[in-house]
Design a protein around this ligand. Structure first.
Ligand SMILES: Nc1ncnc2c1ncn2[C@@H]1O[C@H](COP(=O)(O)OP(=O)(O)O)[C@@H](O)[C@H]1O
Ligand SMILES: [Mg+2]
Length: 269
């Protein structure tokens, strides 16, 4: 359970980025976070695993608080973070070392490490690439290796911060399928995205604007109640087709009305 209690955040005191953010994400939820560029989505994500700390209020993961320095390490182990650009997160020169890197930091026995490398690389379908260089992989493969490195730490929650935005359609599809599978396996998934089609895969969406959460609910309810274009976002293709069909229907209705009118006037003469 991830809890934000009346959280304020700013870099400069008179320029608030997040104001009085208050919500709870239950274990096992799949939550999307959307909003225009610069509205504070990444800041919200960084607050979740203590990469930045609230100026006011509290961020908790179960009984752990990000403002408690002694608990931060455990929070970061339990909440993994996947960034937009996979290149940014590689430190070593092989897929195997990349997955082992975090495990060495938590000082696991070698046998356990090897088991986790096998298991995590298999979970993302990259077990045949363990000796490859991360930089030689495709974008989608790179993100899958980054996910394997996180999975090996056995997290409870993974935050994807626009993790699909630099991928080609196939890479994007593979990463989205993996996110879905991880959710099915019981992980909490937090997905920051500006692809509204991807939002439909989640159970809940938070819309961030002007430093506040201005919608919190099911994705279908979002597109039914809010014109997402007011927030510089585009509705998913399925919703657009639905709206176009409705527009076409009302055009037909007007047309029929116009014919009836002409019929009425012509029949009087
Ligand atoms: N280190 C920083 N110093 C000052 N302002 C920052 C810093 N990092 C981000 N910002 C500002 O905070 C706001 C929110 O940024 P961010 O959370 O990255 O938004 P998003 O992820 O929604 O695009 C932006 O206006 C950005 O310019
Ligand atoms: Mg961002």
């Amino acid at each position: 359970m991830l809890v934000f209690e009346h959280v304020d955040f700013y870099h400069k005191k008179n320029m608030p980025i997040l104001k009085n953010i208050h919500f709870t994400i239950q274990a096992g939820e799949y939550v999307s976070i959307v909003g225009k560029n610069g509205c504070g989505k990444s800041t919200l994500a960084k607050l979740m695993n203590g990469l930045v700390l609230p100026k006011k209020g509290v961020v908790r993961f179960h009984h752990l608080e990000t403002r408690n320095a002694a608990q931060l390490k455990e929070i970061r182990q339990r909440i993994g973070f996947i960034f937009q650009n996979p290149e940014d997160q590689f430190i070593t020169t092989s897929v195997r070392d990349e997955i082992i890197f975090g495990l060495e930091n938590i000082r696991l026995p070698k046998e356990e490490m090897d088991q986790r490398v096998q298991w995590a690389s298999k979970a993302v379908d990259m077990e045949t690439y363990l000796d490859s260089m991360p930089h030689e992989l495709s974008g989608g493969q790179k993100q899958r290796v980054a996910i394997a490195a996180i999975l090996a730490m056995r997290p409870q929650c993974i935050i994807f911060d626009e993790a699909t935005s630099m991928l080609d359609p196939l890479g994007r599809e593979q990463v989205l399928a993996l996110m879905h599978a991880l959710h099915q396996a019981g992980l909490t998934i937090i997905h920051i995205t500006h692809h509204m089609d991807e939002v439909m895969q989640s159970n809940r969406v938070l819309l961030l604007d002007n430093g506040q959460i201005c919608f919190d609910g099911h994705p279908i309810a979002l597109f039914e109640t809010i014109n997402v274009r007011d927030y510089s976002l585009q509705e998913p293709i399925a919703v657009k087709i639905h709206q176009l069909a409705n527009e076409a229907w009302s055009l037909t209705a007007d047309w029929e009305g116009a014919i009836r009118l002409r019929w009425d006037t012509s029949s009087k003469t």
